[in-house]
Ligand binder design. Sequence first.
Ligand code: HEC
Ligand code: HEC
Ligand code: HEC
Ligand code: HEC
Length: 479
Amino acid sequence: MRKRHSLPLQLALIALAIVGAAALVGAAASPGKPSAQLVIASTVDVKGKTSPCGCSIPKGGFARRASFLDSLRAQDGAVALVDAGGFFPEPNDYEDNAAFMMETMVLLHTDAVGMGEKELRWGRGFLKAQIARTKLPVVCANLLDRQSKKPFVATSLVKKIGSTKVGFFGLMSDKVDTGPSRDSLLVEEPTAAATRTVAALKKQGATVIVLLSQLGKVESEDLVTAVPGIDLVIVGRNVPLLQKGRMILNTLACYGGEQGQYLGVSRLDLSPQGRMTSGVNEMSILDPTVPEHPQVLAAVKGFEEAFNEKLRRKEKERVASQAGAQTSNNGLEVDHFLGAEVCARCHTSEAEQWRTTAHARAWETLVDHKVDARPDCIPCHVVGYQKPGGFKTGDDAAKLADVQCENCHGMGTNHEKYAETRITEATCKGCHDATASPRFDFALFEPHIRHVKPDVLPELPAKPKVSKMVGSATMGSSH
Ligand code: HEC
Ligand code: HEC
Ligand code: HEC
Ligand code: HEC
């Protein structure tokens, strides 16, 4: 079996890549047998997600992506890996996460990467510095410096994947706000830029052309209809996931969903001249049946723990500096949360029962997973996140952590209105939504939280299990 660089070696190399060696990226296309098929794996709109989602079926993460790619590469030889942009995270203060995303994409041998307005959220200087540091091959054909009219990053690149010369280029929408650098950057109308870039790529000998699009669904489809010569488009920017892609005239389109929960696998059949004759693609779910690549997992965990710690320190400082303002905010004139301890003083039996439920352990779950400083995890696992008197990282942690009385009954200062409010399924679904709790069924779940325990408790649907997938033994375990 053909072997690629072992991961420890790759990890050693990334240090080199950071100080300036571009070699690692070049290693992505291992020389394959003259292939009649070109395989292109893709992600899009990953939004800074480094590990699996906190959903009930945790999907995605770099470690699974890495082992899935290993198995693809073992099976198909030359496989190109691309990302169509939108990989920067959404929260503020997440610059470190953005930088880690880029390093790790290089570590996974990503061949070409598109970009959009998300990647410009911390300004052009930040992105440029990270590209220089990591050597991530970012392309965008229609983002120009307003003054010089020169492209801001490479417009495109040509790379040999197996024996096929593949041209990659990126486009972003000209209808978006380009963030802090809006005065110095210009997004050109995409059709003209695409026509020009496709011609240039053909001139450089590319026989297959791939567009990494941050144009959104409709604009991407219009573009490949208007501009001939694009064989594959990875459609990104708020695009719903389609299990199987489809042909738009002569272009195969791949709709990859978001947050790195799936990997798109596009298979292009090639003529002897290396041109696409037909193609199909399908989204592969990165669920718990996909093993986690141990070294990549270690890198991700190392980053996340340090980052969580840093966020916690920052939040504490912020809370401390606002301490004065907070006291007046907690004044009785504003409705606010009180915490379960206050309720327990009078409602002892309800409080005792509550302590036996999973809700009373919801915070511990986040602490155990070392995600207790992440703004995308906290809201459903605490009381009143960022609301008056609600949970803030730091001093209040003990008092307002967990899913408590007020998550269901409402703010304690509204106590006299409790009698008028019925708790319904909608109360639960604010947290037990389709993503976090797909197995939720009010009729089965409600008896479990009832303050007076019913004689017979219905059994809850099984938690999504990690079933052994056929063939998973070969995935990633060979390294
Ligand atoms: C000082 C004691 C005290 C505290 C503190 C207190 N309660 Fe009560 N609560 C009562 C009493 C007394 C009643 C019954 C009022 C009545 O008879 O209408 C009540 C009623 C209720 C009811 C039932 C309303 C109905 O009639 O359907 C709920 C729910 C409730 N409390 C929740 C809470 C929650 C949640 C907290 C904490 C935020 C809390 N209580 C804090 C004393 C207290
Ligand atoms: C503020 C968010 C929130 C609300 C509102 C909420 N839950 Fe939950 N619920 C959670 C979280 C988070 C967990 C998981 C706790 C853990 O184990 O870490 C959970 C767990 C549960 C469990 C335990 C499941 C198991 O596998 O043991 C039951 C049962 C449940 N919730 C029922 C309900 C019902 C019924 C309602 C509405 C009346 C409700 N919840 C409202 C967040 C919420
Ligand atoms: C939209 C609300 C919501 C958000 C946001 C959320 N959770 Fe949860 N989480 C829940 C609910 C509800 C449950 C219980 C699901 C069930 O049992 O069906 C849960 C359960 C869990 C569990 C399983 C606990 C157990 O032992 O069964 C873990 C782990 C978890 N969440 C981690 C996370 C992480 C990590 C994040 C951030 C990436 C996150 N959650 C964000 C609502 C949420
Ligand atoms: C997961 C949601 C949930 C949580 C958490 C919760 N309750 Fe309730 N509570 C209910 C529901 C549902 C009822 C039934 C009455 C209704 O439908 O409004 C209820 C009823 C009550 C009542 C009315 C008397 C009774 O026992 O039926 C009191 C008092 C009460 N809760 C207090 C509390 C206190 C105190 C806490 C926290 C220690 C708490 N609840 C946590 C959902 C919740």
